[in-house]
Design a protein around this ligand. Structure first.
Ligand code: DGL
Length: 273
């Protein structure tokens, strides 16, 4: 068990570098807090794995981050939010880390979709998230009349992780055309890696389709959460710390982290499982 007596940090976890985009948005609006990013770059992608494995990986990440002093952990991965979060919140935390709060990215995204009131909603996500049907099930609950079309895009995370964006055009077309044929009015990017492609996607779908990108939503929702939960907010330190931990240090991750957060950031490789 790792431990760090200095508590009060915010942990952000993803399978790889997708969560960095969420963190970038969060840090822009909530700059004063201390952040620890954890990217499981040795085992990305999660989206093609079984529910059981995604749960195991998520529990390992939450254990590690809480040992590093994170009081609040954002699971910035839709596959993990869909397949593991509920069990973490209901079974794992009450037994092992009562004071730690773990939040996901799916529910805040659904709230945003609800506010927008789309009636033909496309969801682009990894295979694991599509298999969980979380977006369809939850969107039906809040808007029973909406038509939901989920499209898995298994090649996008590997492309983004391995600096392959120059090949993304035709691949994106292949995934997005079936959704456009369904005449969607809203497109949810249900994977935290996809904001890297949001400008390309917005151009591809045109102005008639509202594209919901989690890097624009989660910071706002976290802010609201902290206002609603002053008892948690007051446990958070405000030293502007930023630490980036990965299970495998790749050049691409290092470059992205430095590009988005500055050359001075602390980057570490840790085998935490
Ligand atoms: N960023 C993760 C998500 O939001 C990607 C999952 C994966 O590793 O396939 O779902």
């Amino acid at each position: 068990m790792h431990s760090d007596k200095r508590k009060g940090k915010i942990g952000i976890f993803d399978s790889g570098l997708g969560g960095l985009l969420i963190m970038r948005g969060i840090v822009k609006s909530l700059a004063e807090y201390d952040y620890v990013y954890l990217g499981d770059t040795a085992r990305v992608p999660y989206g093609n794995r079984s529910k059981r494995t995604i749960y195991q990986f998520t529990e390992e990440a939450v254990r590690y981050l809480s040992g590093k002093g994170c009081e609040l952990i954002i699971v910035a991965c839709n596959a993990a939010s869909a397949q593991a979060l509920r069990k973490i919140q209901r079974s794992f935390l009450p037994r092992w880390h009562r004071s730690v709060r773990v939040l996901g990215v799916v529910v805040p995204t659904l709230e945003e979709v609800f506010d927008i009131k789309g009636s033909r909603i496309g969801v682009l996500a990894t295979q694991g998230t599509v298999d969980s049907s979380v977006f369809t099930k939850e969107l039906r609950k809040i808007n029973p009349k909406a038509k939901i079309f989920e499209q898995s895009a298994p090649l996008l995370v590997p492309l983004i992780e391995h600096d392959g964006l120059r090949w993304s055009g035709p691949i994106l077309r292949f995934y997005i055309d079936p959704l456009l044929k369904k005449r969607i009015d809203t497109l949810v990017l249900g994977c935290t890696h996809y904001p890297v492609l949001k400008h390309t996607i917005r151009n591809m779908v045109g102005k008639g389709v509202r594209v919901i990108s989690q890097d624009e939503i989660i910071p706002k929702k976290l802010n609201e959460y902290l206002v609603r939960h002053p008892e948690i907010e007051k446990r958070l330190h405000r030293n502007r710390g930023r630490t980036f931990i990965v299970s495998d240090m790749t050049d691409h991750f290092r470059n992205r982290a430095r590009k988005w957060f500055g050359n001075h950031v602390t980057l570490k490789m840790v085998k935490y499982y």
